[in-house]
Design a protein around this ligand. Structure first.
Ligand SMILES: Cc1ncc(C[n+]2csc(CCOP(=O)(O)OP(=O)(O)O)c2C)c(N)n1
Ligand SMILES: [Mg+2]
Length: 760
């Protein structure tokens, strides 16, 4: 399907121009907002309360760190102490301007974001039932003057409990303060990887739009994060022209002037305002603007307008909020090495809390006495929350696996999830079978995708060149003709954003299938794959569900050398939280890909470029193959060979040769590496007493070592020889044919290794 426009060679003299990017255009104040009805007096008081909550909460963290929390003087705080004192107006002004059902992503300096999102989501819960549901068993409403007051206390208690690593914390103490998430409140998670949440937010926003949810994602990031590659990938991803209805994400850069110590202006960037970056990504400068982050009312104004733009289909929006952290990067940093007293004084003289207090009195909303009373009250809440959290339950070490995997799937979705006929842009077509009912492995991949996209509207496919072109290996060919560009689209060459957006989209209810062309490029995605996709469920106490599939390929044997021929499965198998599947046959690839798409855990699905052109019998019907179940492909009694992906095909050829010599090899295909079906492998080795693992990756640190080790642990008494491994050499894949042939295990090498094994 050709694209909608031709790109013609037009070389007329002209210049590229940018519209100006506004700075500090808000000229109002609390009075103007109250008069215009853009803020109610209650909302303004809520801003003060929420800012006080953040400040007292963080001051209490500092007290605990110093062993000076009076009610529990012996308690020693462990964990990170990135305080946002000074920045409260940005968190509160922004979160108060979005809806309770909107989402946020946050940072390592995220206490303020969490407190504010929970606070405002409770304000959005108006019914008693909703409040009671939130309170649960965490408190007795009878002890409080109102349900709302009780719910607020529970929110503060559970936030502090998470910082202290307690079971009652929002994430059961698995994440702590740097990885707190609160799914009641649409808080998709704080991120201790600087910039880590950029693509999660863009993906969540894309997901909201595709799911027809009228929601906005507010992505908090620091100034330091804007210099990380993922920032640029995420800005571009969110701005793509092909997303005609925009991406409803607000990137809110909290510019507190420093990374850890690197100064944004004059040192680690070449620009004075990070909003300027918006000009690089779309024709409207991402609606970028610079705002006064020390004034909650100004922040509220900007984010209200930004959310309106997003909901109206004009997102994304980039807002730079100028602010300042009063304390060090963490409590172990006293700041004197890199910033001056006069600079600190200048910012502290425009303190956001003093500012709103003055404004509330000036505009007759509160009296000085009211403010004293509100401060005392919030202080009592924070002391109560901290005492409660210190006394809360330590997680039981026996529960260490809690939250790693989810055991649900989308099996039961039924007809309501189906793609309506009217949404199809072309005819549903199966690949024509040959006389033996066979099709190519790559056709089986496409067929699995087609069936799952029909079955479940939430499934979308994207990746580099996967749309009109059908992917570098033709495995997605034909899908765009059936589902159109809304469901099958090309991604920019932004591997990290491809994986990160898939993670984010899956967290809001999509079931994305994203493609990374070669597994070599997965190294470009390592933060998104290893720190985000893999960990978000566990770190968030088992609350997040990430039903995303990352399809990728292994190749080799074509002279593509070091960066296009690796077998990097061990890079993903070593990260807990990812399922890893590597089928060799057309029948398996279809059944397993369908199972992977239905699985509610993230799956790295590894196809093999040499298998794409192999034929197999594949039924033209809906079937799945369970993840985590190995297949005894050939029975034998003399030795067990465990091989997966393309190495399985070579092993089967070797087994044929060996059979002619009278050596009967049992061949086991694990099909899934994580979870590994150790039982089937152990049963086979128990029978044959000898095991050889064959794989295409280099020897050191390979997944085959893990298989070999598990065999030794489980089958020690039955083994008649050491478990052996046939692997590539410990070199990057070389280009020259003789070297590459030497490197990738050949049929002859496998057969020879079995011959010696059976004699050991
Ligand atoms: C990818 C990554 N690099 C470095 C760090 C170490 N680190 C933690 S916070 C931080 C500074 C981040 O600066 P910024 O984004 O401006 O946020 P701020 O701390 O100012 O809130 C650094 C360098 C990290 N956590 N992640
Ligand atoms: Mg910073």
């Amino acid at each position: 399907m050709p694209k909608n426009m031709d790109v013609l060679p037009l070389f007329e003299k002209s210049e590229i121009t940018f519209d100006p990017i506004p700075r500090f255009i808000f000229e109002g104040h609390l009075g103007t907002e109250l008069a215009a009805g853009r803020l109610t007096p209650e909302a303004a008081v809520g801003m003060l309360d929420c800012m006080l909550g953040i400040r007292f909460f963080e001051e209490t963290v500092a007290q605990m760190k110093a062993g000076k929390f009076k009610p529990r003087p012996d308690f020693r705080f462990i964990g990170a102490t990135h305080l946002s004192i000074g920045q409260e107006a940005t968190a509160v002004g922004a979160v108060s301007a979005i809806r309770a059902d909107d989402y946020i992503t946050s940072t390592h300096r995220g206490h303020g974001h969490s407190i504010a999102k929970g606070f405002y989501s409770l304000l959005g819960r108006t019914s008693d039932d909703e409040l009671r549901e939130f309170i649960g068993d965490y408190a007795d409403p009878a002890d409080y003057e109102s349900l709302a007051e009780c719910a607020l206390q529970v929110h503060l208690n559970r936030t502090m409990a998470e910082l202290l690593g307690k079971e009652e914390g929002y994430c059961g103490g698995r994440g702590g303060g740097m990885h707190i998430a609160d799914f009641h409140a649409g808080h998709l998670g704080a991120n201790a990887i600087v910039g880590g949440s950029y693509a999660i937010a863009a993906g969540a926003a894309m997901g909201c739009r595709k799911l027809g949810l009228d929601r906005v994602v507010l992505c908090f990031v620091g100034d330091g994060a804007t210099n990380n590659g993922i920032c640029h990938e995420a800005y571009n991803f969110a701005c793509q022209d092909q997303f005609e209805q925009g991406t409803p994400v607000i990137f809110l850069v909290e510019n507190n002037q420093y990374g850890m110590t690197g100064q944004q202006v004059g040192e680690v960037t070449g620009i004075d305002d990070l909003a300027q970056r918006g000009a690089g990504y779309n024709e409207v400068n991402m609606h970028a603007e610079v705002i006064n982050g020390m004034d909650a009312v100004a922040v509220h104004d900007a984010i209200t307008r930004a959310a309106d733009l997003c909901r109206g289909g004009d997102g994304p929006v980039l807002i730079e909020s100028k602010t300042y952290r009063y304390m060090g990067h963490s409590l172990s940093d006293d700041c004197t090495a890199y910033r001056s007293q006069s600079e600190e004084d200048a910012w502290e003289s425009i303190d956001p809390i003093d500012h709103i207090k003055r404004a509330l009195v000036e505009h007759g909303v509160l009296t000085d006495d009211d403010i004293v009373e509100r401060c005392a009250r919030m202080n009592r809440r924070i002391v109560a929350a901290t005492t409660w959290a210190v006394d809360a339950t330590d997680p039981d070490p026996a529960d260490i696996y809690h939250g790693l995997w989810v055991d649900t799937t989308s099996e039961g979705i039924g007809d309501e999830g189906r793609t309506p006929e009217a949404e199809l842009v072309g005819e549903v077509k199966y690949t024509r079978r040959d006389r033996q009912g066979r099709i190519l492995y790559r056709h089986a991949v496409a067929e699995a995708l087609m069936e799952e996209m029909l079955r479940d509207r939430r499934v979308v496919c994207y990746g580099e060149d996967i749309a009109d072109y059908g992917g570098a290996f033709g495995a997605t060919r034909g899908l765009i003709e059936i589902f159109g560009r809304e469901r099958v689209f090309n991604a920019p060459i932004s591997e990290a954003a491809i994986v990160g957006t898939a993670a984010g989209a899956s967290m809001v209810g999509m079931r994305p299938v994203a493609e990374i062309m070669y597994i070599d490029f997965i190294l470009m995605t390592m933060d998104q794959t290893g720190n985000q996709l893999a960990k978000n469920r566990y770190m968030f106490g088992g609350k997040a569900t990430l039903p995303a599939v990352i399809r990728t390929t292994i190749g080799g044997g074509r002279g593509y050398a070091g960066q296009h021929s690796q077998s990097l499965e061990a890079v993903v198998t070593m990260i807990p939280g990812l399922k890893v599947v590597a089928p060799a046959f057309a029948h398996d690839v279809k059944g397993l890909l369908k199972a992977a798409i239905r699985d509610d855990n993230p799956v790295i699905f590894i196809e093999h470029q040499h298998c794409y052109t192999e034929k197999g019998e594949v039924p033209e019907e809906d079937y799945t193959i369970p993840i985590g179940v190995a297949n005894v492909v050939r029975e034998g009694s003399d030795a067990t060979v465990i091989a997966y992906s393309y190495m399985l095909l070579r092993t089967l050829e070797a087994a044929e040769q060996l059979a002619e010599e009278g050596i009967e090899v049992e061949v086991v295909d694990p099909r899934t590496l994580i979870p590994l079906d150790e039982g089937t492998i152990a049963a086979s080795v128990g029978k044959t007493g000898r095991a050889l693992v064959v794989q295409q990756a280099p020897y050191i640190g390979c997944f085959g070592e893990h298989i070999a080790h598990r065999i030794m642990e489980r089958c020690w008494g039955d083994l008649q020889a050491p478990v052996r491994i046939v692997a590539a050499h410990d070199v990057p894949p070389p280009m020259a044919a003789p070297l590459e042939n030497e490197n990738i295990p050949s049929v002859e090498k496998i057969a020879e290794r079995v011959r010696t094994l059976v004699q050991e």
